[in-house]
Design a protein around this ligand. Structure first.
Ligand SMILES: NC(=O)c1ccc[n+]([C@@H]2O[C@H](COP(=O)([O-])OP(=O)(O)OC[C@H]3O[C@@H](n4cnc5c(N)ncnc54)[C@H](O)[C@@H]3O)[C@@H](O)[C@H]2O)c1
Length: 316
């Protein structure tokens, strides 16, 4: 494994997600330079100024607001720009608005950082990652979506809360779409090396019949609930971005449920969705074709078909 190198990250979009991602990157000391670009230049400048004032509390990092030329030679471009969900909207409702935004952004970041990795966060993240892949002409490994890294963290948190154990001791994944069709892959969920069902029945003091139905519902509805109450989500996605960036910059070979291009896995082709993927300095190195139950596989195939229909009917 490599140690952390001096790295430049550009964040396109200085909204709630972009600015919180910059903050998370800073706190973790993951890079030496952060450039923030936004159509709203004043917002980008204000975020860069405010973040710069953390200087005496964090490892050295320069944070500036700039134009696309200032993003030149970035190691990673994090795209968080575009319309966000309003109360009552689904992520898929944003597709046409955000395709336009991506047609503006992607060619410009590619021009200045042809060797970078694109990390797409804007929603609908799976479809926009696919669009960024097609517009950029980059190899598939270098275009990644944040996918269900956030949802998997929500799942682990809720399992940990249910069993009253540390979230970091749980291995569990949300796979498929980062959206309403997402799938809790219970067949892979482990606690202390035991399948979650065994842990529930043999170890836990609490084990209700329907926990595997109730918890994924809460995961799926988490963003809706937060958006209804405060208008946006930012902290956990900021940490998810920092976790993916860390895995890339440190060449960790971490397994994360980023959104990756399926090319035959589970019989699915030509669509970006989330699945455990090995993440390295070169990006998404390899999808781990984990053994899924038949119903999980069916749900994954259905999600891919649904996403393909959305791409086909979008205003490309
Ligand atoms: N993938 C995830 O898990 C996840 C989680 C939360 C939010 N999101 C998504 O992230 C995106 C941003 O959310 P937010 O809450 O930060 O929204 P926001 O409205 O606070 O910020 C969006 C920013 O994008 C900028 N922007 C719009 N078009 C642009 C362009 N062409 N070039 C440069 N900047 C442009 C706007 O000026 C704004 O500052 C949304 O699409 C949201 O749905 C994804």
């Amino acid at each position: 494994m490599n140690t952390v190198k001096t790295s430049k990250i550009s964040i396109i979009g200085a909204g709630f997600v972009g600015s919180t991602s910059a903050y998370a990157l800073m706190l973790q000391g993951l890079c030496s330079e952060i450039v923030i670009v936004d159509l709203n230049k004043e917002k980008a400048e204000a975020e860069a100024m405010d973040l710069s004032h953390c200087a005496s509390f964090v490892k050295p990092v320069t944070v500036t607001a700039g134009d696309y030329k200032d993003t030149a030679n970035s190691d990673i471009i994090v795209i968080t720009a575009g319309a966000a969900q309003k109360p009552g909207e689904t992520r898929l409702d944003l597709i046409n608005k955000n395709i336009k935004v991506f047609k503006d952004i992607v060619p410009q970041v590619v021009q200045y950082s042809p060797n970078s990795i694109l990390l797409v966060v804007s929603n609908p993240v799976d479809l926009l990652t696919q669009i960024a892949y097609e517009i950029s002409g980059f190899p598939k490994s270098k275009v990644i979506g944040s996918g269900t890294v956030l949802d998997s963290s929500r799942l682990k948190y809720l399992i940990s809360d249910y069993f009253e154990i540390d979230s970091r001791d749980i291995e569990a994944y949300i796979i498929g779409e980062h959206g309403d069709s997402e799938i809790a892959a219970w067949s892979l969920a482990n606690v202390a090396g035991m399948h979650v069902d065994d842990y529930c029945h043999k170890v836990s003091d609490t084990c209700e019949e329907d926990f595997k139905r109730v918890i994924p519902e809460k995961v799926k509805n988490a963003a809706y609930e937060i958006i209804n109450k405060k208008g946006y989500t930012n902290y956990a996605i900021g940490m998810a971005v920092a976790r993916i960036v860390e895995s890339i910059l440190r060449d960790e070979n971490s397994i994360l449920t980023v959104s990756s291009l399926f090319e035959g896995e589970y019989g699915i082709n030509d669509i970006y969705m989330s699945i455990p993927t090995i993440v390295t300095r070169d990006g998404a190195k390899k999808i781990v074709e984990v053994p899924l139950s038949d119903s999980e596989k069916d749900a994954l195939v259905k999600a891919s078909e649904m996403l393909k229909k959305h791409i086909a009917s979008s205003e490309l």
